[in-house]
Design a protein around this ligand. Structure first.
Ligand SMILES: NC(=O)C1=CN([C@@H]2O[C@H](COP(=O)(O)OP(=O)(O)OC[C@H]3O[C@@H](n4cnc5c(N)ncnc54)[C@H](O)[C@@H]3O)[C@@H](O)[C@H]2O)C=CC1
Ligand SMILES: CC(=O)C(=O)O
Ligand SMILES: [Mg+2]
Length: 371
């Protein structure tokens, strides 16, 4: 199969969808891998490393896309990339479509088959291609929050661990999944007082057991969120309803209840964000202030630690990439219902219910598309 790996073009996105190690595996299986010149640079992989792995380099981005059967990316395609996609091609990347109507319609118009990393499932009920980046983003969320609490960033001037004689900061994490657990773990490690809110009792049980009561676990209700809003110095938004737009759990009116200079880190921003006042920001300008509250809403947080993230992401994507390349999308998805859950758009139709619902579109039955 002809496989293309373009250089990512989103703001400060330094990850790449395939490492030279991955390229070598695909080439060994008889596939032709074309990598855009410079694609791996930001993650520390030189063009020569890809050539040594048997990939070809292509500096002509239009030709790279045109000649490909399978396109591997990290972030959702930007408008100029959507324009390059054509019917018959398969795109494998993060898509987050429920937050992006224009992108959804653009992908439908392209006629291409678009498979999203973030909706692929596993036997344990997890999201195996979202989890590695959620681990990174969860860990980064507390770094970003701690920095945002500094006065120079508009924060209240609070140090997360406090010092002897001065109480530590209070951190609330809404959503105790992969992002939430990793954020809570970092905040605990820094000495903050940590509360995790989740709607899933089994998930709260896991956290309670794993951390032996060192973090408070609270069932997520409107009252519990009100309390977190009043008491926290830093709130991390980490909820997810797979594939769907995030619920707005903190409204603008609630910001008035927060301590001035408190910080909201909305990791769920890639699904539209879970705070009413969230809007996507970039690593170039990660924060803004609304009603005295600092907001950090970077939609591609792991891109900033591209070396770690690229390795973690490609470790997880590689078996799926190999299946797509060896079998073609239809057979690869037909043989694995968890992989089939990644199908979001095919030949002009949305094939993921939560995305169709978000935009009032009809939804094709994915099983009927692979028959
Ligand atoms: N901004 C960025 O760079 C990145 C963003 N993300 C995003 O972070 C979000 C969280 O991802 P994961 O932790 O992997 O998901 P997950 O599925 O592991 O965890 C989500 C948790 O939210 C809980 N939840 C759902 N509704 C809730 C509510 N109303 N109140 C409290 N909890 C609620 C669920 O029970 C679940 O435990 C996703 O939107 C994901 O796309 C992930 C990686 C990078
Ligand atoms: C999950 C995601 O959107 C990211 O890693 O950028
Ligand atoms: Mg995004």
């Amino acid at each position: 199969m002809k496989i293309a790996v373009p250089k990512e073009i989103k703001n400060h996105e330094y990850r790449v969808a395939l490492t030279p190690t991955g390229a070598r595996e695909l080439v060994a299986r008889g596939h032709a891998v074309a990598v855009q010149a410079g694609a791996g640079e930001g993650a520390g992989f030189a063009d020569g490393d890809y050539q040594a792995a048997g990939a070809t380099l292509n500096a002509d981005v239009e030709a790279l896309w045109r000649d490909a059967e399978l396109i591997l990316k990290v972030k959702e395609p930007q408008p100029e990339e959507v324009a390059r996609l054509t019917r018959g091609q398969t795109l494998f990347t993060y898509l987050h479509l429920a937050a992006e109507e224009t992108l959804t319609r653009g992908l439908m118009q392209s006629g291409a088959t678009c498979i999203a990393y973030e909706t692929i499932t596993d036997r344990q009920g997890g999201l195996p291609l979202l989890a590695p980046m959620s681990t990174v983003a969860g860990r980064m969320a507390v770094q970003a929050g701690a920095h945002s609490l500094e006065k120079a960033q508009g924060g209240a001037g609070v140090l997360l661990p406090g010092v002897p004689g001065v109480a530590p900061a209070r951190v609330a994490v809404i959503g105790g999944g992969v992002v939430g657990e990793n954020a809570a773990r970092m905040a605990l490690g820094l000495g903050a007082e940590v509360t995790v809110l989740d709607k899933s009792i089994p998930r709260l049980e896991v956290l309670d057991d794993r951390y032996q009561g060192r973090m408070k676990t609270v069932f997520s209700t409107a009252d519990a969120i009100d309390e977190a809003v009043r008491e926290s110095d830093l709130i991390v938004g980490a909820v997810l309803i797979p594939g769907a737009a995030a619920p707005k759990l903190i409204t603008r009116a609630m910001l008035a209840e927060m301590k001035p200079g408190s910080v909201l880190v909305d990791v769920a921003i890639d699904q539209g964000g879970c705070f009413e006042t969230s809007r996507p920001t970039t690593h170039a300008e990660p924060t803004y202030i609304v009603d005295g509250i600092v907001h950090y809403c970077v939609a591609n947080m792991p891109g900033a630690v591209a070396r770690t993230s690229t390795q973690a992401l490609t470790n997880a994507t590689m078996p799926f990439v190999i299946a797509l390349a060896d079998k073609g999308w239809k057979r690869a998805l037909a043989e694995d219902p968890h992989f089939l859950a990644g199908l979001n758009v095919h030949d002009g139709q949305v094939a993921y219910a939560a995305v169709a619902e978000a935009f009032d579109l009809s939804c094709a039955d994915p099983a009927s598309l692979i028959g």
